[in-house]
Write a protein that binds this ligand. Structure first.
Ligand code: NAD
Ligand code: UD1
Length: 335
């Protein structure tokens, strides 16, 4: 089975590509290189010891060549812009890239009769629904264009299945992926100053950034800082294999949370990082970040029961692998 992975050189996509290859799938990647380093392609080939076909293309462009040259059986669609703050500044770019990109891809798939689709959605669709977040909770109106694009695409996918029930669709709502591949060869390396907690922590620990700002110390949580459901990116990647296997025999537009079901506070993350790595991690508590929910964690039982998947890696694994990757990356950059 050959899987087209859009955004396959990005953070989550690259880990999913390795997982797919390890599980016996063939992979074709389409990526426009807007938020990744081309060297990831070579690293994936080295790690898997397999050649991987790469199309350097935008998902908004004509994708016919890919479907004509390769026999594609299913698509995992990671390619998207994902910075919440930037989406507020540049809404048209986000709607165009994310929503139009998905529509163009789905139209092309439909044209070539490929009807198995796995979509990267996000916990952002829950807004402030009751905790833990369950897939049957009403999806709220997101407070930013990035979140809106995820809700819109989820709705498009539900409508698509209603109109043509030969589609096999998996909507995966990711919680907070962190960590890196155990090899230390691939991981998250955002361009510019990171928006998300773990890459920021890693860059403070390596001395690239001076100090972490902890956004809010006055939430009604045990230590006053925000709580999130962090999941190892390799567990998340494995969730995609489970979803692909499930939809192989079942039509429908199915939704699953991919998280651990356990929340950690910002200070728990910081202290675990300090304990495991032994490095200094200067931080100060500052005002809350606009748009943040105090607490977010999922009920992962639907994925457990239906997909037979559950996250197995611990917070210690997530921190160790993040630090291994950060040190390997910074050592490479010094060469
Ligand atoms: P990423 O930016 O590391 O990877 C996205 C990849 O897609 C990049 O390699 C980029 O070059 C490519 N890309 C972007 N727009 C494209 C386009 N129009 N055409 C072709 N390629 C394009 O992001 P990620 O963290 O790996 O996220 C992958 C997906 O998961 C995204 O859809 C994101 O919204 C979703 N998601 C991520 C998180 C997270 O915390 N990282 C959480 C929830 C959902
Ligand atoms: C953010 C996005 C969300 C997106 C998710 C994954 C916002 C408002 N939300 O979620 O839409 O799906 O990333 O890409 O941006 N924190 C700090 N200091 C920092 C960075 C973060 O204290 O420098 C705190 C945050 O306040 C939060 C926790 O760390 O409590 C996690 O933050 P982050 O990694 O940005 O993830 P989310 O807020 O869950």
């Amino acid at each position: 089975m050959n899987v087209l992975v859009t955004g396959g050189l990005g953070y989550i996509g690259s880990h999913a590509v390795l997982c797919l290859l390890k599980s016996g799938f063939d992979v074709t990647i389409a990526d426009n290189l807007s938020n990744c380093d081309i060297s990831v392609h070579k690293r994936l080939e080295e790690l898997s010891d397999k050649p991987i076909k790469l199309y350097t293309t935008d998902v908004r462009a004509s994708l016919s060549k890919i479907f004509e040259e390769d026999k594609i059986d299913a698509v995992i669609h990671f390619a998207a812009l994902k910075a919440v703050g930037e989406s507020i500044q540049k809404p048209l770019e986000y709607y165009d890239n994310n929503v139009y990109g998905a529509i163009n891809l789905l139209e092309t798939m439909s044209h070539y009769g490929v009807k198995s689709f796995v979509f990267s959605s996000s916990a952002v669709v829950y807004g402030d629904s009751g905790l833990p977040y369950r897939e049957d909770a009403p999806v709220s109106a997101a407070t930013n264009p990035y979140g809106q694009t995820k809700i819109m695409i989820e709705n498009i996918l539900q409508d698509l299945y209603r109109a043509d029930n030969s589609w096999h669709i998996a909507i995966l709502r990711y919680f907070n992926p962190i960590g890196a591949h155990e090899s230390g060869k691939i991981g998250e390396n955002p361009v510019g100053i990171p928006n998300n907690l773990m890459p920021y922590v890693a860059k403070v620990a390596s001395g690239e950034l001076k100090e972490l700002s902890v956004f809010g110390g006055d939430y009604s949580t045990p230590d006053g800082t925000g709580i999130r459901d962090y999941i190892h990116v390799c567990d998340l990647a494995e969730g995609h294999i489970a979803a692909l296997n499930y939809i192989a025999n079942k039509t429908g537009a199915h939704t699953w949370n991919l998280g651990t079901g356990k929340g950690y506070s910002v200070l728990e993350i910081v202290n675990t990082f300090i304990n495991i790595t032994g490095v200094q991690l200067p931080y100060k508590v500052v005002a809350r970040r606009a748009g943040d929910v105090p607490v977010s964690y999922c009920d992962p039982s639907k994925a457990q029961h239906e997909l037979g998947w559950q996250a197995t890696r611990t917070l210690t694994d997530m921190v160790k692998d993040t630090w291994h990757w950060e040190r390997a990356r910074t050592a490479d950059e010094r060469l």
